[in-house]
Design a binder for this molecule. Structure first.
Ligand code: ADP
Ligand code: ZN
Ligand code: ZN
Length: 723
């Protein structure tokens, strides 16, 4: 009797044995429905064996092997096993999380995006072959109206849906994964590459068939995208697949349009969380069949099966969104490199501000460094200046010099982008009489005053409360907003420049799917003079009319307790500066600061990534921080009564005898010590040797899994980005 080992979505570090009479070795990677406790579950077959690990009399039979999806290929299973080992996360959760949600359940109903009439169907319709009036009517509808999309299918009455299913079964209609077919886009021609761009493409082409990690360090606007397109063209022409990872979905529509225009005949799919579940499943399946030649996706697309993989590109490789921050906390960038090595294909990491980890790897020769130091067409980088507020009292959050500069640009009919990394009106509403300010009862955070919908909002858990009329401590009715968010800055600029047309772009104004494309349109058509926005605006957007970028509130990250804050601030400032002067107009950037002599700002003004990276590097070396050491963070959370800190103290006790070559720090409250009513704490371990760290983590995790003494939830965060 064959047995199968099944990965199930449960937080236990093991696979589960089932008997399965029909199981054969080629079933590895297929989904299977099994009994689990009193319920049923869907898992993935990881192995087929002759003997179970546990007592055969205790093994239950599997219900059904699901074959609506081709098996996950062995290389993907190997990647998932690596993820489970490296991040010390239960294999079942890793495997199931890698699947599109549709496939995590047992729906054997094939996910259909579109149904179209087939040529047999057209012939049958003409010949009047179908005697069922419903079926004939369906065929006629498909013929006259064209393919039916998902929404229309869902709205069909049951009788028509049944008829449609019969038509599909008889070959009169067919299922079309609409996203895998090329969408008509006006073709665009590549520009003549600059000398630097061609040099990269030539160098890359010399070893394009082998694993190699390229770090493409190109200043903003230097044409990294063109370089990706040029090397992708070669891969696609060789009928192989390209995986292009991008940080955020806000970028994809624009990039997708560019790609479709450049590769009009090439099937392209996207993979990201704002796709409808069925579409995502279809796109994933198209990648797995090898039909999709270009796969553009966010972090989780690193788990897409790609049988014909020829190249991986990670755009904006420094972006923190590549790190998953719940469940299995993987780094998509690091896994992309692992995958490129596994498949022996090249990988390009692109950035204007590479992460220090990548910078170190390139300096040490592990990655091949390539640079783009110029913008094409002799375009220049914007001039960056500081607006010092050290001696000023600023009324509405914007320095007078900055307001004057904005006014000047608006008068010249140029556009201005005002960047402030905080939404809402004011981050705190304060009673000056006694110091009281409203806080979220569930989180360790002040609630934020919002004015467009008048309320106090917790930005951590989304809880809404009415704006208090007076102080709950002393009764003082004069509560004052403190600090600035996008809404308040918008109000300041509106009152200073009443004639200017303002647009605020933050999470509150871009909630609906259509909002951002509409705003984008308005910006491009110059219906807007001043854009006030959060980091949503900082990345990748190319607005030709923007000649001035104003940055507010950058100081907040200068003296943060998080040692990565300044690296991220620098990247963000360079990124947002890159938004100025993308068109024919020379760009200018103004940064409002109370610390005008800070070396970080000097480096930003000089556009000098290298100087800044060297400085950070030296700081990290002296302080013994990554990339000079390797870290892992044990994160725990619990309701107040089962203190997370107690659990961590116990965990530290378990660690002590195992920690050869590893430093175990004291448990400490997390940066957000309370979130949604749960206490959060963390325990840092670090080592100068990655091997020593992982040897320790292996043994420590075994001990932690055995320690069932607490009801705290815990998760290990290997190579954490936020500490
Ligand atoms: P990056 O991604 O490095 O910030 P982009 O790839 O967005 O830069 O390129 C910046 C601008 O320069 C784009 O408008 C792009 O079309 C243009 N561009 C890139 N390469 C060339 C080239 N070789 N000739 C002319 N224009 C180019
Ligand atoms: Zn008070
Ligand atoms: Zn809250």
């Amino acid at each position: 009797m064959p047995y199968i080992k099944v990965a199930l979505d449960v937080p236990l570090p093991k696979v589960f044995d089932y008997s399965c009479a029909e199981a054969a070795p080629h079933h590895v990677g297929l989904r299977v429905r099994v009994p689990f406790g009193a319920k049923q579950a869907v898992g993935v077959i990881m192995a087929v064996t002759d003997a179970p690990t546990i007592d055969p009399s205790k093994v239950r039979p599997a219900r059904e092997i699901l074959s609506d999806l081709a098996p996950l290929p062995e290389d993907l299973l190997e990647l998932l096993r690596f993820v489970s080992d490296y991040y010390h996360h239960p294999i079942g959760e890793v495997v199931l999380a890698a699947l599109p949600t549709r496939y995590r359940s047992g729906t054997t109903r094939r996910t259909v995006a579109t149904v179209a009439i087939s040529s047999d169907g057209s012939a049958a319709l003409r010949a009047g072959l179908d005697r069922s009036p419903v079926a004939a009517a369906m065929l006629a509808m498909l013929e006259s109206r064209g393919p039916l999309g998902e929404r229309e299918l869902a709205e069909l009455p049951p009788a028509q849906r049944r008829a449609l299913r019969r038509l599909v079964a008889r070959g009169f209609a067919r299922l079309v994964a609409h996203t895998a077919s090329p969408v008509a886009a006006p073709a665009s021609m590549p520009p003549t590459l600059t000398a630097e761009q061609s040099a990269f493409v030539a160098g890359f082409s010399e070893s394009a068939d082998r694993f190699r990690t390229w770090l493409l360090h190109g200043i903003t606007g230097s044409g990294k995208t063109e370089v990706y397109l040029a090397v992708m063209a070669r891969v696609v022409a060789a009928s192989r697949q390209v995986l292009l990872l991008v940080p955020e979905i806000g970028l994809t529509p624009q990039l997708e349009a560019t790609l479709r225009a450049r590769f009009p005949a090439c099937p392209l799919v996207t993979l990201h969380s704002s796709l409808a579940a069925s579409q995502r499943a279809d796109n994933w399946a198209a990648a797995q069949r090898g039909a999709a030649r270009i796969v553009v996706g966010t972090r989780s697309a690193v788990f897409a099966p790609l049988p014909r993989l020829g190249l991986i590109v990670v755009d904006e490789e420094h972006d923190v969104s590549y790190k998953q921050n719940e469940g299995v906390r993987y780094s998509a960038r690091d896994l992309a490199i692992w995958r490129a090595r596994q498949r022996d294909v090249p990988i390009i990491l692109g950035s204007a501000t590479p992460s220090l980890e990548s910078y170190a790897a390139a300096s040490g020769g592990r990655y091949t460094l390539a640079r783009l130091t110029q913008r094409p067409n002799a375009a220049t980088l914007p001039t960056v200046k500081l607006v010092s507020t050290a001696a000023l009292r600023i009324e509405g959050g914007v320095a007078p010099a900055m307001l004057a500069a904005i006014e000047d640009r608006v008068a010249r009919r140029e556009q201005v982008l005002v960047f402030i990394n905080r939404r809402g009106y004011a981050p705190v509403l304060l009673c000056y009489a006694c110091g009281w300010a409203p806080v979220c009862p569930r989180c360790a955070a002040h609630t934020v005053l919002h004015r467009t919908r008048t309320l106090m909002l917790c930005h951590h858990c989304g809880r809404e409360e009415a704006v208090p009329a007076s102080c709950t401590q002393c009764g003082n009715a004069d509560l004052q907003p403190v600090g600035f968010g996008t809404q308040r800055i918008e109000a300041t600029i509106r009152s200073a420049l009443p004639a200017a047309r303002l647009l605020r772009v933050d999470r509150d104004t871009t909630r609906t799917r259509e909002a951002w494309p509409r705003m984008r349109q308005a910006i491009v058509q110059r219906e807007v003079d001043v854009l006030v926005g959060t980091q949503l605006l900082s990345k990748g957007h190319d607005f030709e009319g923007v000649s001035l970028v104003c940055v507010l509130n950058a100081d907040r990250s200068l003296y943060s307790t998080d040692f990565r804050a300044s690296e991220q601030l620098f990247a963000q400032l360079l990124q947002v500066s890159g938004r100025a002067g993308r068109g024919a107009l020379p760009g200018e950037v103004l940064i409002q600061t109370a610390f005008a002599s800070h070396p970080l700002y000097a480096a930003v003004c000089a556009h000098d990534y290298d100087a800044f990276a060297r400085m950070l590097f030296e700081e990290r070396r002296l302080a013994g921080l990554p990339p000079f050491v390797y870290q892992a963070l044990l994160r725990a959370e619990a309701p107040r009564s089962h203190r997370a800190l107690d659990f961590l103290a116990h965990a530290a006790g378990l660690a002590a005898p195992l920690a050869a070559g590893v430093s175990v720090y004291d448990p400490a409250p997390a940066a957000m010590p309370r979130l949604q009513g749960r206490e959060r704490a963390q325990l840092l371990v670090q080592s100068q040797s990655r091997t020593a760290l992982h040897r320790f983590l292996d043994r420590w995790c075994l001990a932690l899994w055995d320690a069932k003494t607490t009801r705290a939830r815990w998760v290990l965060d290997v190579d954490p980005l936020e500490i």
